[in-house]
Ligand binder design. Structure first.
Ligand SMILES: Cc1ncc(COP(=O)(O)O)c(C=O)c1O
Length: 377
């Protein structure tokens, strides 16, 4: 039983596997590089995927959809591409290390100054705190759409309003929401939206996306061949080529493209919340188990972390794996600041995260296993 969809969804739909195989068989050229059919077919594969992602984002300009290696790569590109020397960056205690570490690296190098905004006991950001943290020099405000630890959905619209009042760009980390929540960047108004293709979108690993809005001007993280303007020593000005130097993961992008055909955010969210509700109802009655994050399931995506009195989360995860054949994730979940705020640092917590392939029977089995473990604590 697989409850680690917040790390990566699994299993992948058979259509994804078939599309990747078909891509290798029929579209094996290097997209945008040569004029022969295999290269043109690869280019078409890429552009079709770009159009589908643009539709997922509420109909944005496909040229503003940049393919990256994963969520981390998209976030690094957004942060390091937007920041200029002397800028100030605001991020939050709910952020994943893939935001915290690039901001920290820029801060250590003296390129930017930064402020980490705290969160409340449920792991939720207060937009007024963000407003107070913004200075004249703030170029970028980063926040997660939903937490990868508690699943808590952040007050994105209010944070964006606060940032835009001060002309700062907003980077939305949609790693835990792409495929389950509406991602239209014009509503709520994010300037940059980063997400991997391998979580709720159910694509393969190795592909991420950065949407670059018209207010954002990014420097590339890497320069190199793009197949166009080859005589110039500079990267092309035009998106997406400007930010996509080098041969892309065409096979992975073909897989993501097939996955996008099956993405139904509303249905996925309803399914995950129904499972979440079921698990919370079972665990509420269980002595020694403490669920983290907002009590109201409507304020979450399908991610739930908990602690068990007297049992280290890593030990509990090992028992679930070895004795019950249940896969979850224990520890700090790459979000140590959030665990500090939740009072679960340094041991972290046990996280179960749901996907469309999970069933009620599996959730019942997970609840029963957790009860047995808690009884030993
Ligand atoms: C909130 C959040 N941001 C960013 C990432 C990084 O994504 P990736 O693992 O695709 O680099 C993750 C992955 O767990 C995440 O949960």
């Amino acid at each position: 039983m697989y409850f680690d969809h917040a790390a990566t969804s699994w299993p992948k739909p058979p259509e994804v596997l078939a599309a990747m195989q078909a891509c290798l068989e029929r579209a094996g050229g290097n997209p945008g590089r040569s004029g022969h059919r295999a290269a043109l077919e690869a280019h078409r594969t890429l552009q079709e995927a770009r159009r589908k992602v643009a539709r997922l984002l509420g109909g944005v300009d496909p040229d503003r959809v940049v393919f990256t290696l994963n969520g981390t790569d998209a976030l690094n590109l957004a942060i390091k591409g937007a920041a200029r020397p002397g800028d100030h960056v605001v991020y939050t205690a709910a952020d994943h290390n893939s935001v915290r570490r690039p901001v920290h690296a820029l801060t250590l190098r003296g390129v930017v100054t930064s402020t980490c905004v705290s969160v409340d006991g449920a792991g939720v950001v207060d937009p007024d705190e963000v407003r107070r943290a913004i200075t004249r020099r703030t170029r970028l405000v980063a926040l997660p759409h939903a937490s990868n630890v508690t699943g808590a959905i952040q007050p994105v619209r209010d944070v964006i309003r606060a940032a835009h009042e001060h002309d700062a760009l907003v980077l939305l980390d949609a790693a835990q929401t792409a495929g389950v929540l509406d991602l239209d960047p014009s509503d709520p108004g994010a300037d940059l939206v980063a997400f991997p293709g391998h979580k709720a979108l159910r694509g393969p690993t190795g592909v991420g996306v950065l949407y670059v809005g018209s207010r954002a001007e990014l420097q590339p993280l890497r320069e190199g061949g793009t197949g166009a303007e080859s005589d110039s020593p500079l990267p092309p000005e035009a998106l997406p080529a400007r930010l996509e130097a080098g041969t892309p993961n065409t096979v992975g992008i073909a897989g993501l493209s097939a996955a996008l055909d099956g993405v139904r955010p509303e249905a996925a969210l309803a399914h995950e919340r129904a499972l979440l509700r079921r698990l919370v109802a079972c665990l509420d009655q269980t002595r020694g188990i403490h669920v983290l994050g907002p009590a109201d399931v409507e304020r979450r995506v399908g991610v739930l972390s908990l602690t068990i009195e007297g049992i280290d989360p890593q030990d509990a995860a090992a028992i679930l794996d070895e004795s019950f054949d249940i896969a979850v994730r224990a520890g700090l979940h790459c979000a140590p600041n959030l665990h500090r705020a939740l009072g679960t640092y340094p041991a972290g917590a046990l996280r179960a995260s749901f996907g469309v392939s999970n069933t009620e029977a599996e959730v019942d089995a997970l609840a029963e296993a957790l009860k047995q473990i808690a009884a030993q604590g």
